[in-house]
Design a protein around this ligand. Structure first.
Ligand code: S3P
Length: 425
């Protein structure tokens, strides 16, 4: 489906973004593992997380939609052997985290996904999970899905993550809940810490010592309700849209402001953004608050490479902001973006060029020269965040977005909300 967005004069109003994707995946998995019934409040109901609900149902949990929420009846640590393969769709977080869970279970499972997910690197999780004792087979020696897993009999390991990845960290920690002896993960740089926070919420073992995270075998644990905050990564599209569109002033409410997610706010501030935010409450271990964004004159910056793991999913929309900034923006440390839902370094460069923006590309960096955005066509490369980021980039001049339905992987109401805030409905 193609979407034509006419030139937009302004964005105004208040928005509540959908539930956080990362927290929803974890809430569904741990609610399914818990003993008894609980409600996951305000979860994200989108392509990726509906895949997780379906996979956890196949593993024996009862998950029912209850209005906006999910009612979950957990299995009490013992998952059931599914009668069919588990389809993770487009969701890397699902495949990698559930591989950790399944490594701890004495059942046979096969994980597959869509064409994009079957291209993404899985060796980063199969290597440590095999070290813990899981038997895992997969294409190219276990580097690519489909993956066949027979778990059980795990021992704890001390694992130094070769990449700063919350998914790999989480896979090892989830397996650690079923291992003899302690499991320790050392991060090369901080990444999103939702797994640690959710473990604490359920009373599961978790200890932090600097960049080392430790867990151990879990006893059956009681189900507990969990409130999902709004997704900062979804909010990011509207923040940048308001900054680059004249006469704009929007407020986002109920947004997760976990500091391991908000690196983009630091960079946008440095670019001169008229942006303020405030943490107003702590919801089940996650800071939540509101963000106000107004039209701004942005200037190019050189982004601190240490911020990238704290804004890994926001780089496409940062590139959109850079396209409107005065001068050059240099974005380093992008190696991981090559293996996301698409090769995001290439997809960003391609779409910037489509919109008339000069860009230089290295293997792990981008240099964007701002100030010359024209109307054009956006090609999402089957990637939800590329579709939304470049719809935003083209907003002030008007833009055509191909395959716009990809937004529904993480933000099904994106186009309607955009129309509402731009006054087009
Ligand atoms: C996620 C971790 C990140 C992020 C992804 C969600 C998570 O992936 O890009 O969208 O929920 O743990 P990596 O661990 O590959 O950086």
């Amino acid at each position: 489906m193609e979407r034509l967005i006419p030139p937009t004069p302004s964005l105004k109003g208040t928005l509540r973004v959908p539930g956080d994707k990362s927290v929803t995946h974890r809430g569904l998995m741990l609610g399914a593992l818990a003993q008894g019934e609980s409600t996951l409040y305000y979860p994200l109901k989108a392509g990726d997380t509906l895949s997780t609900a379906q996979v956890m149902r196949q593993l024996g949990a009862e998950i029912a939609e209850q209005g906006e929420h999910f009612h979950i009846k957990g299995v009490g640590l013992r998952l059931q052997e599914p009668t069919d393969v588990l389809d993770c769709g487009n969701a890397g977080t699902l495949m990698r985290l559930v591989a950790g869970l399944l490594s701890g279970q004495e059942i046979f499972t096969v994980l597959t996904g869509d064409a994009s997910l079957r291209r993404r690197p899985m060796g980063r999780v199969t290597t440590p999970l095999r070290q813990m004792g899981a038997r895992i087979e997969g294409r190219e020696g276990g580097k690519l899905a489909p993956l066949a897993i027979r778990g059980g009999g795990l021992r704890g390991i001390h694992y130094e993550l070769p990449v700063a990845s919350a998914q790999v960290k989480s896979a090892v920690l989830l397996a650690g809940l079923f291992a003899e002896e302690d499991t320790e993960v050392v991060e090369p740089a901080p990444t999103r810490d939702h797994t640690e926070r959710v473990f604490r919420h359920y009373g599961l073992p978790i200890e932090l010592e600097g960049n080392l995270i430790r867990t151990r075998r879990a006893e059956p644990f009681a189900a507990r309700d969990l409130i999902v905050p709004g997704d900062f990564s979804s909010a990011a599209f509207f923040i940048v849209a308001a900054l680059i569109t004249p006469e704009s002033d929007i407020t986002l409410e109920g947004v997760g402001l976990n500091p391991t997610r908000t690196g983009l706010l630091t960079v946008l501030k440095e670019m001169g953004a008229n942006l303020s935010w405030e943490v107003t409450e702590g919801q089940d271990g996650e800071p939540v608050g509101s963000i106000r964004a107004r039209s701004s004159r942005l200037k190019g910056v050189s982004v601190d490479p240490r911020l990238i793991p704290l804004m890994v999913d926001e780089v496409p929309v940062l590139a959109a902001a850079a396209a409107w900034a005065e001068g050059e923006t240099y974005i380093p440390n992008l190696e991981e973006l090559r293996v996301k839902e698409s090769d995001r370094v290439a997809a960003i460069a391609h779409n910037l060029q489509n919109l008339g923006v000069p860009v230089e590309v290295g293997h792990d960096w981008l240099k964007v020269r701002g100030g010359s955005v024209q109307s054009g066509v956006v090609e999402p490369f089957h990637d939800h965040r590329i579709a939304m980021a470049f719809a935003v980039c083209g907003l002030p001049k008007g833009v055509v977005v191909q395959d716009a339905e990809w937004a529904s992987i993480s933000f099904p109401s994106f186009w309607e909300e955009l129309e509402r805030l731009t006054g087009k409905v």
